[in-house]
Write a protein of this length. Sequence first.
Length: 474
Amino acid sequence: MVELVLRSDRVVTPEGVIEADIAIANGRIAGLEKFGSLTAPRLIDMTGRIVMPGGIDPHVHCDWPMPAPEGGQPQKTEPASIVSRAAIHGGTTMMLDFVRTIDGATIKDAIARRDAGWRGACHVDYAFHLMVEGDIQPAHLDELAETIRSGHPTVKIFTTDITPNRKGRMVDFGDIWEVFQVIAANHGLGVIHAEDNDIVMHMYEKLIREGRTSFHHMAEVHNALSEDLSFRRIIRLAESVPGTALYMLHTSAASGVSAIREARARGLPIYGESLHQYMLYNSEDYKRPNGQIYHTYPSLKSPEDQAALWGGTLDGTINCIATDELCCSLKLKTQGTRIDDVTGGNSGVEPRVALMYTEMVGRRGYSLERFTDLVSTNAARIMGMYPRKGAITPGADADICVLDPTRRRTITAADLHETDYTPWEGWDAHAWPCLTLLRGKVVMENQQLTGSLADGQWIERRIDPAIIAAPVKL
């Protein structure tokens, strides 16, 4: 029985933007029918509004340990309960976080510990990338294979320790080679934080020696050369293990875009992610008051790098726009002032969909379909959730965001639901979510939260063989 009908003359579907009545039953989309043709116990008429799949943020960090400046007490970022509340208000219905596989006696134990902070405490659906760190033991590889097969198919790997005081995060290339063989054999996907550790650590030493320790110099440390060398090296390693597909996290430089583009041209299944702060802020913004709020790792780059990222969203090199969410107070975000202690991540999960609609559709003339791909559909396809997630199509979960282009607003921290600051303070938004559905349930309506922390569910994933076999055009 159809429980809810959502009607609009601008419904973004895999076949294009159409007029339709969306029939919803048992948490799923039962059908798309002629505009104005259906009735149901509840009918929501959103004529004039944009009805799209719920946003998917494939890169968040909730309840995450934050390095403290020397002598300070380590703290954690906000938990899933807070971040997911902001996500729902912003039209995002699915988030992917990370499990540090070293945080348990076994990988299964580490997942259970991580899931305990999410189950029954999250407004949105969720999944976890597996994060491997340091020296990888043979027994760990066997566990990893089993866990990939059990519905956790994405594996995060660092090629750098990021900062001098985070030793142990980087995986050396011999162990990465072994991990790639496990990923390929079990139809997983490598999720890569790629920077050249030698270059990064050399630049830390150089700038500290020269007394140029302010965070304003971050772009010299986490530089475009580092991205170039590391992207090409990790892609070449993947090429040596047939069946290895990679998702390059937070691509920040033109050199990274070029490396992905060239690999895809050679037939390699390589996919690219960037972040909204890389697209819209550059290294000059470090000089602004509280310039740390714009930072994440790798660093912001140049206007030329930004232009390359935008170009990548149009030619299929950059497939997803994420946040690298790290929700904390302004005090914690700005506590570090040096190149070796500034806090990464950002609070951006709530404004992401509206902000990217503004910048893509409103200011750059992207189609609604292309915008939707970049903030929702492509993440579902790459990460093994499509068409259950990321599509308004019969049989899919009824995860829906309705954007209202009559609700133009200026973004302020006071109006958001995350923390006491936003790096997007004062930005104009050409539309804002007025309705969010999660599996057919209205969980936000007219800026009022109507869902509960019990709504979110863990989503089992399987990577589509087509994503692994060749570079799918997204």
